[in-house]
Design a protein around this ligand. Structure first.
Ligand code: HSE
Length: 309
């Protein structure tokens, strides 16, 4: 057992437009850091979070990091004490995978703290327990890219089959987080329970084409397959100025623009950093025009994912 371990896990963009619940990618920043220390008090203790995140629960049964670590400890029949300090960098209820980032960083830290030797991919089921607790559904399109980095495709959850996709080196992303709160649970409830055969067929074409664009680094294929016929028609109604923000990004050269995860953040995927900066500023301006302040993040795609610090 070690005395203290620190781990970082990046924010993520889930769905990545064409792959509802099955595609996501990791950002280089922002991210969450978790410090884990053994404790003489049995169970998980979570320290109060920094000021702007004070309303996040410190009860480990209600905090995603606590739920994931408990699932990890239970799997090993370990009844130890552990103190967790969570340093948030990812905005909460923003659509950037905040709940997954904390859970990922926490299990990576605790796995190393108690020298459990569990492989990175085998940590995923514990994080999915926390995603299920937070949203009702164990979707992996935030957890898997945060853990593994890069573009990640979820082929199956049962059994877990996650595929790391190639990520063009120059890709850069603008993520704009408007001053709105949309809970993933609520954003899932507004979705229809089924889609028509023609919608399913079209969406299969979009994601297959997007993935082929990643392999061939063909920007035109990526551009024309950046389409979401499943969630966007419903969720975009929750985001004032949605169409204007999307048009602003695309008119400035973004390959595509859409909802990051379940929103309200929107992201623009761009071929390079300069285009991402321009697209991001235009998106902030478009939100401003409808009376919404927003925060802009510019990040390359992290091929690394979670790591010990
Ligand atoms: N795929 C999930 C959803 C991501 O869209 O509901 C939530 O961050």
């Amino acid at each position: 057992m070690k005395n203290l371990v620190r781990a970082f896990a990046p924010a993520t963009v889930a769905n990545a437009v064409s792959g509802f619940d099955v595609l996501g990618f990791a950002l280089q920043e922002p991210g969450d850091t978790v410090i884990a220390k053994p404790s003489e008090i049995p169970g998980i203790q979570i320290a109060p979070l920094q000021d702007s995140y004070r309303n996040l629960p410190t009860d480990p049964r209600l905090n995603t990091a606590g739920v994931a670590v408990q699932a990890l400890l239970d799997s090993q029949n370990l009844s130890v004490g552990v103190d967790l300090v969570i340093i948030k960098g990812v905005p909460i209820v923003g659509g950037m995978g905040s709940s997954a980032s904390s859970a990922v960083a926490a299990v990576v830290a605790v796995n190393d703290l108690f020298e459990l030797g569990i492989s990175t991919l085998d940590l995923l089921p514990f994080i999915l327990e926390s995603e299920k607790a937070a949203t009702g559904v164990p979707h992996a399109d935030n957890a898997a890219p945060s853990l593994l980095g890069g573009f990640t495709l979820i082929h199956s959850l049962n059994p877990i089959d996650v595929i790391s996709l190639p990520t063009p080196e120059s890709f850069c992303c603008a993520i704009v987080h408007p001053d709105l709160h949309i809970k993933t649970k609520d954003a899932r409830e507004i979705l229809p329970k089924s889609v028509s055969l023609s919608t399913a067929t079209k969406q299969m074409g979009h994601i297959a084409s997007f993935v082929s664009g990643l392999y061939t680094e063909d920007m035109e294929i990526i551009r024309r397959s950046f389409i979401d016929e499943i969630a966007e028609p419903h969720r975009s109604k929750l985001i004032p100025g949605y169409d204007a923000v999307k048009s602003a990004a695309i008119s400035l050269g973004a390959l595509g623009c859409g909802i990051s995860g379940s929103g309200p953040s929107m992201f623009a995927l761009c071929a390079n950093q300069e285009l991402a900066q321009k697209a991001g500023e235009a998106m902030v301006g478009a939100f401003h025009a409808v009376g919404l302040m927003s925060e802009l993040f510019i990040s390359k795609i992290s091929s690394q994912g979670a790591r010990l610090l």
